[in-house]
Design a protein around this ligand. Sequence first.
Ligand code: G16
Length: 547
Amino acid sequence: MATLELNLLSNLANKHSKPPYLRFQYGTAGFRTLGANLDSVLFRVGVLAGLRSKKQDGKTIGVMVTASHNPEPDNGVKLVDPRGEMLEAAWEAHATTLSNADTTEELLEVIANIIQVAKIDISKPARVVYARDTRPSGEALVASLEDGLRAVGAEARNAGVTTTPVLHYLVRAINTKSTTESYGEDSEDGYYEKMCGAYKKLVANRPLPPPLIVDCANGVGTFAADRVKDILGSTLPITLVNTATTTVGALNNASGADFVKTSQRLPPSLSDTLKPGERACSLDGDADRLIYFYLDESGTFKMLDGDKIAALVASFIVEQVKLAGLENKVRVGIVQTAYANGASTKYLSSRLPVKCVATGVKHLHHAAEHYPIGVYFEANGHGTVLFSPETVRTLETHQPSTPAQSTALNYLINLTQLINQTVGDALSDMLLVEAVLAHKSYSAVEWDGLYSDLPNRLVKVVVADRNIFQTQDAERRLVSPPGLQAKIDELVRRYDAGRSFVRPSGTEDVVRVYAEAMLKPLADELAFRVAGLVYDETGGDAFTRPK
Ligand code: G16
């Protein structure tokens, strides 16, 4: 379509009118709320994706329909920019404005305004690739999205039911196809073959590991993990659990990375089968988070979260950089958020530069891009390792002077192939962890021994309006409501190794409270007392529940 066909646009928009009583916001991970409320949002996201593609000269934009770790009735949608990264921040505001236009007339005005403000040449082509997770509301929402794409004349490719990281990969692979920057074959299989091929090279000549149990959260990660299991065969024996993708209510329920991280216990389905010392891991509902865990000799649950993954992986990469003779050319840096366990920050910052940024993959990703090799992980298991284009060139052109240097260099090159450069992927991260464990001959216990976590507790508080909570200093301090931070500081001072912060969630209608202290009962107490302060501040019908 050379121009917008306004009749078609308004007719389709009328089919997807916005419920008058709802307000939407493009937050930490796009739009997220009850799936039943998202019809108009999906239509408009389709329109916006088309406009974004036109703005990017017809490059393919991605749309992922998922609510990831959220409960099954929720759903959500986010846009992916041409290099496979999160949508540019300025366009998040366009997304929010577009989603809140109350009538079709208003919607057309907002669209005209975006075209003008963003200087979009509407005659350019538009291309969009989209996918969804396994949520029951997904199919209807994709149909709404398709209407939006049709309304702006976008050429659309349906990637079907797949994981968030696959969609990010596809966007980059499509946009770099047949160029010198080609990121790989633009198919799901192309992705898994690339990742698994690199893994096989990394672990060649290493002893076969004991089987790994993978909790798939009853979500779309089941399909991805199954594919990886098939391709790797005996190279990495994998047992899949929590694979009930069609059982209503099963998604993320008593399973998955968010459950394990926040409740700090085994998925109940494993309580009779996991043996002490066996390692297992959990994916989340769209397979972009990964948490490992095991039982120690006494049967006590031990968690290896995003912080522990960062510590393991960063130390391996630093070693290989040194062994390759690149110590003076390639620096490694770490990015964390306020949720990083204090013990992990202490461990890492005594070895490497560490930066703390606000929650949200996009913040970590951008900060990690400033390092030649940037290792970023949120404690909740989101993360990846970024190799700057210059680092990749250095690896490709470096002339090793010994066989040992050559081996290390090849490991680093294989890591660039194994690790998803667009966004964290639970499966790619899992293979990364497995490769490092194989190289270090570490069991889960030895990995866990890198440092000891400070006991911690995360709770959520349901409040009438989470927007009154505003933060600064990478979300470590509240600036609003006035006076609340001083009360938190006063409480924290009373706890040995105490630390606590409060921030509004960007994906759920809650305020999150994190606390750590020298002893577990004290971390729990501090978290609940800070939650009490939040409750007192907001009053009314607030309540807390474990998060
Ligand atoms: C999303 C974001 C993550 C963030 C998480 C929780 O994850 O992508 O970066 O850590 O939400 O965010 P909040 O505490 O603001 O709710 P996911 O796995 O749900 O897409």
